[in-house]
Design a protein. Structure first.
Lengths: 502, 459
């Protein structure tokens, strides 16, 4: 229009309405363009941040819009979902919350997820890509698969035996099938009911706050997430290292360990708990049966720092990413120590600390001819219709020692149960090997000692790999005589019996 | 479009008939109705798994309304622009679908059926305007009466109790409406009439300050007075959106009439002064500015998500493609989800794709309005068409910009889509006037004669 009309048909040669109207129209279209740009910013570039904002309830709404997949022990569901009629359509329920809390963790509308409920959340919610039949089409159609199920490796009887055995004491149990690494029991006491705060109502908040304020820390998973000084149970690692590296060739021959054994570079002797140990030249076998600190401290120093550390790492020490798939806390043995520190570490003191899971791996590795299997908690993952999307495959974690060395360590451990401190773990008709531990801790060892027991068991007369290895720690008992043999061994025994009776 | 060649070809064959484009309009109107029915069915399928039993009734109701409007246009405004009516039908239909969808997610009586009644009234008024306003120039006669009426309409709500902090409602029994909505049209008519008469005086007289030609007070005075009265009333009623809209309309129309960039400078200056003063005096406005500057600030402060944050969450959740109608969670926005914040539901459930499609519908509607204004020959008509189109464009920007946190939130309704009877009715009248004026702009001159520049009005 501007071309066919002389410019400025408005007053005094100013542009006319045709021109100013176009400009104003362009201005209005620019406003719409600005809206499109802003919409793109919000819906594309900032979308991820906004979706995950803590105040945005959409992720939680979606998570609980459908019944959540279940967690199973054997073929039995230990979780469920119930309709709420509220904004979050379904709520998690637990059939026996406290017994399995260390395994399931919790799925709470207000407080998020933990343990298996956390690591397998995508599958349980239904967003896991493996659940979709036609992933691309489902993404376009925004079709949501129903949540899948998580089958655990747990043995119901072993788990119940562990929880019953721990009773009102603070402690934990980890039990493993040595040949496969399947976790048979994982218990932590005192426990809690994850169903108590699964919703987002005032009662849920109250239950959560009470648990958070409890000084006994019921929500701490002691079997996986807490390390304790392993005390004398660590002597199994030291004995294995001494045998594997030729420091000891015959467990029944005198070792040359002096008595008293003065810690290298100090004037402090390493004391024993029993007078049976107070003489020089004891054999490894005798020293294990009586749990002699002086002999095993001496042998650890003879074996050397690097070899001791290597043996411990073979069982899972110093691994910061031990995932089962819930991540276990890192068990520690220092990699730079002087002689006296190494001697103390060799009897499970100083900075050495382990989770019950890793101590169960020690027993399991010995039982499985020296090969430590990767511990696993998930047997299979299935779609809601039962089709498996993933099956557990046993995998070797590390080969800690040769089968010959492992056989010798097993002999040492059976001696402990048959003739030594581990008598409380004896089972009729079964071969049981074990090691007790009573770990001092606290300033000047003032704390109640940790009572440990690690063991494995198999039917008598069988050459097969023993079907169960277990570690038990009782952390804060009110018993007067706190020793691993008295407190922890009976619990280990009932767990092992539960597995052997299958 | 190739303006010169179009002119040349029509000049070469002056007798060629101007196409009416009524069939184009009919096809588009039917497509718009079908789109809305499809949306209605999608809501039912996503929420209940079945086609809603009243889908046919709903489609029939919308179809009858749309076809009635089309029939009247075909009968009385044969040469009208074929786009505004289908766009209005589609936007109104989308609005009904989204309101129905939000009804399903919130307790209390449904709002969709009420909105459908208001839409019917809107279409009735559309028909009335097309039939009765045979020539828009007759509206000039009522310009001053209209301005006075608009002022009365705006003052009335002060005597009614405030709703959500704003005194912009007149409540009579179960009925309530916002007179500010109707006042928009009356004000546009007044501005157009006044500026058509006085544009030369406004443009030519006055003194020059640096590069800007400033108008003389005598000419400017009455307009400024009227405008100040409007804005004053609105500030008293704490309805920021409508005052912003009136102000924008005033500046745009003044510029279009006089081509004086000085107006824009004055306008922006006044806007700045007004905004700062209001923001300083009114805590209501102050908090909205604070929420705009930091939409997520209330979360960090431990007070949870405010409405802007909830609105942004809704948009973000939709992403590029949206969740599909019925699958979003925009009810989390809380109150006003069906009115001021209805765009968030569109963003969440139809995604960026659907949102931009809606924006483009508005853009086409606005640009057709401007085109009509440019094609018309009489200054009053030109200014009125441009003013009405600007109202729609500015209102879309102020509302959508507010819920997208581009500008501070000012409660106003999205034309045609948002819940609100006064708004729907007013916008149908605006579209009716645009249809009416586009008919005059495109109608071939009676008898032989030079084809006017209206030829470019055809797509």
């Amino acid at each position: 229009m501007a071309r066919i009309r002389p410019r400025g048909n408005g007053p005094q040669g100013l542009p006319g309405i045709s021109v100013t109207g176009r400009r104003a129209g362009t201005f209005c279209l620019l406003l719409v363009a600005a809206l499109c740009v802003q919409a793109t910013r919000v819906q594309v570039f900032q979308a991820d941040d906004l979706d995950h904002n803590s105040a945005n309830q959409r992720l939680t709404v979606e998570r609980y819009a459908r019944p959540r997949g279940d967690i199973l022990v054997g073929s039995e569901r230990i979780t469920g979902s119930e309709p709420t009629g509220g904004r979050y359509a379904y709520k998690r329920t637990y059939t026996d919350g406290p017994t399995y809390a260390a395994v399931t963790g919790f799925a709470s509308q207000a407080y998020g997820n933990s343990q298996l409920e956390g690591t397998e959340d995508d599958l349980l919610t239904g967003t896991d890509g493996r659940l979709a039949g036609w992933a691309l089409w489902d993404a376009v159609a925004r079709r949501q698969s129903p949540g899948g199920d998580v089958y655990t490796t747990l043995d119901r009887a072993a788990q119940e035996a562990a929880v019953r055995g721990l009773g009102g004491q603070q402690g934990a149990v980890a039990a493993i099938e040595p040949a496969t690494g399947r976790i048979l029991a994982l218990a932590s006491t005192p426990s809690y009911d994850p169903g108590g705060f699964a919703g987002h109502a005032a009662a849920d908040q109250e239950a959560w706050n009470r648990l958070q304020a409890d000084t006994d820390q019921p929500m701490l998973n002691r079997a996986l997430r807490q390390t304790y000084p392993p005390g004398s149970t660590f002597k199994v690692v030291t004995a294995a290292a001494a045998l594997a590296n030729g420091v000891v060739t015959d467990p029944d021959a005198p070792t040359g360990a002096p008595y008293p054994y003065v810690l290298p570079g100090t004037t402090t002797p390493l004391v024993n708990d029993t007078p049976a140990c107070d003489r020089p030249g004891l054999s490894l076998s005798a020293a294990m049966t009586a749990s002699c600190n002086s002999v095993l401290g001496y042998l650890g120093v003879r074996t050397g720092l690097d070899r001791m550390v290597a043996m411990a790492e073979g069982f899972g020490f110093n691994d910061p990413k031990l995932d089962v798939p819930v991540r276990a806390a890192r068990s520690n043995i220092d990699t730079a120590m002087d002689g006296s520190q190494l001697a103390l570490s060799s009897i499970g003191q100083f900075d050495t600390a382990a989770t019950p899971l890793v101590m169960a791996m020690v027993a399991a590795g010995v039982a499985n001819d020296g090969t430590v299997m990767r511990p696993q908690l998930v047997d299979k993952l299935t779609k809601s219709d039962g089709t498996a999307v993933r099956l557990m495959k046993p995998a070797a974690y590390r080969r800690a020692m040769s089968p010959e060395v492992a056989a010798r360590v097993r002999k040492l451990m059976t001696d402990v149960v048959e003739n030594g401190t581990g008598g409380n773990a004896r089972i009729d008709g079964a071969v049981v090997g074990g090691k007790t531990g009573t770990a001092q801790h606290g300033v000047d060892n003032a704390g109640t000692p940790y009572a440990w027991f690690i063991s494995w068991a198999g039917p008598a007369g069988s050459d097969a790999v023993p079907p169960v290895a277990v570690a038990v720690v009782v952390a804060d008992s009110d018993a007067t005589d706190v020793t691993g043999g008295a407190l922890a061994a009976p619990i280990a025994r009932s767990v092992m019996r539960a597995v052997l009776r299958r | 479009m190739a303006t010169p060649s179009a002119v040349t070809s029509s000049a070469a064959r002056p007798s060629r008939p101007v196409p009416t484009r009524r069939t184009t309009e009919l096809v588009l109107v039917l497509a718009a109705v079908l789109t809305a029915v499809f949306g209605y069915v999608e809501v039912g399928v996503d929420l209940d798994g079945t086609v809603p039993p009243d889908a046919a009734e709903y489609g029939a109701a919308l179809g009858v309304l749309a076809l009635a409007a089309h029939a009247v246009v075909r009968w009385r405004a044969r040469y009208a622009d074929p786009l505004p009516l289908p766009i209005a039908v589609l936007l109104n239909g989308i609005g009904l679908v989204v309101i129905y969808r939000l009804d399903r997610a919130s307790p209390g009586p449904g709002a969709a059926s009420t909105q459908l009644l208001w839409s019917a009234l809107g279409v009735a008024l559309f028909i009335a305007v097309v039939l009765l306003v045979r020539d828009h120039r007759r509206l000039r006669r009522y310009a001053h009466t209209g301005a006075l009426l608009a002022l009365v309409l705006l003052v009335l709500p002060i005597f009614f109790p405030p709703v959500y902090g704003s005194r912009i409602w007149i409540v009579v029994g179960p009925l309530s409406f916002q007179p500010g909505e109707f006042a928009k049209i009356l004000l546009a008519v007044f501005f157009a009439a006044y500026l058509a008469v006085h544009r030369d005086a406004l443009a030519l007289t006055g003194r020059r300050v640096w590069r800007w030609q400033l108008p003389r007070g005598r000419v400017l005075g009455p307009v400024l007075l009227i405008w100040a009265a409007f804005v004053g009333v609105l500030v008293l009623e704490t309805d920021l959106g409508t005052s912003l809209l009136f102000f924008g309309l005033f500046v745009v129309m003044l510029y279009v009439a006089t081509a004086r960039t000085g107006w824009i400078a004055i306008g922006l200056g006044l806007a700045a002064v007004g905004a700062v003063t209001v923001g300083w005096l009114s805590p209501h406005v102050h908090s909205r500015v604070a929420d705009w500057l930091d939409p997520l600030g209330s979360i960090a402060a431990g007070r949870g998500a405010n409405q802007i944050a909830q609105s942004l969450f809704a948009f973000a959740w939709g992403g590029e493609l949206g969740t599909g109608l019925g699958n979003g969670h925009s009810v989390l926005i809380g109150f006003a989800a069906k009115s001021d914040f209805i765009l968030a539901t569109i963003g969440e459930e139809l995604g960026l794709t659907g949102l931009i499609a809606v924006f483009l519908l508005y853009a086409v509607l606005v640009s057709r309005g401007f085109r009509t204004g440019i094609a018309l020959r009489d200054p009053f008509g030109r200014l009125l068409a441009i003013g009405l189109a600007s109202i729609v464009g500015l209102q879309v920007f102020v509302v959508a910009g507010g819920v997208l946190a581009l500008i501070p939130l000012t409660g106003m309704t999205m034309p045609f889509i948002a819940l609100g009877g006064s708004s729907v009715v007013t916008n149908w009248i605006i579209v009716a006037l645009l249809v009416r004026m586009s008919d005059i702009a495109r109608r071939p001159a009676p008898g032989p004669g030079p084809v006017s520049a209206s030829g470019e009005g055809e797509g």
